[in-house]
Design a protein around this ligand. Sequence first.
Ligand SMILES: C[S@@+](CC[C@H](N)C(=O)[O-])C[C@H]1O[C@@H](n2cnc3c(N)ncnc32)[C@H](O)[C@@H]1O
Length: 188
Amino acid sequence: MLEEIKQYAKDHQVPIICDDGLLFLTKVIEEYQIKDVLEIGTAIGYSALAMASLGCHVDTLERNEEMFEQARNHMEIYDQNHQVHLIFADALTYHGELKTYDLIFIDAAKAQYQRFFEKYKPYLNPNGIVVCDNLRFHDLKPENVNRHTKQLLRKIETFKAYLLEHPEFKTTFVDHGDGMSLSQRKSI
Ligand SMILES: C[S@@+](CC[C@H](N)C(=O)[O-])C[C@H]1O[C@@H](n2cnc3c(N)ncnc32)[C@H](O)[C@@H]1O
């Protein structure tokens, strides 16, 4: 099932989590016995279904209609146990109902990571964790990119510094995937 969606993503140039990133996410889910996940950035449902296959329940937000429809098609076929709840919304402005989660996986517009983090951290269980993807952003160097990408790279660096300095969370960065972070609440 996941292989088929991966092939679809490749054929249609849909960005999805890479194998190594998924391996890291899988380890986190197993090690921390994650049950409930909030995902920001569904795309076509690949990572959501991967997490569901590990036994998780996933609420996942997507703002792009085409992606959302494709994710819905995939859920109809593959989400037999109804573990994935698709939400068509912009995560920056969403005000609908949410529960609390063991894991928040942020994998959407890179320039907005800090806003996602701040908006959704109240929905984290006391021992919950936040994982972010694409923090290395393909290892692009500021000197080789246009102004827009340069700004994006700067925002990602600012976000990483924000995470490191966050008084409530302890963050580690890992080289898996396209550069990922794992933030855990500090114990009081
Ligand atoms: C990298 S893709 C997600 C990949 C998916 N997590 C996976 O690995 O299968 C990022 C997705 O986030 C969506 N996105 C970006 N900003 C968003 C926002 N503010 N609210 C909801 N979705 C957003 C994009 O439309 C895109 O489909």
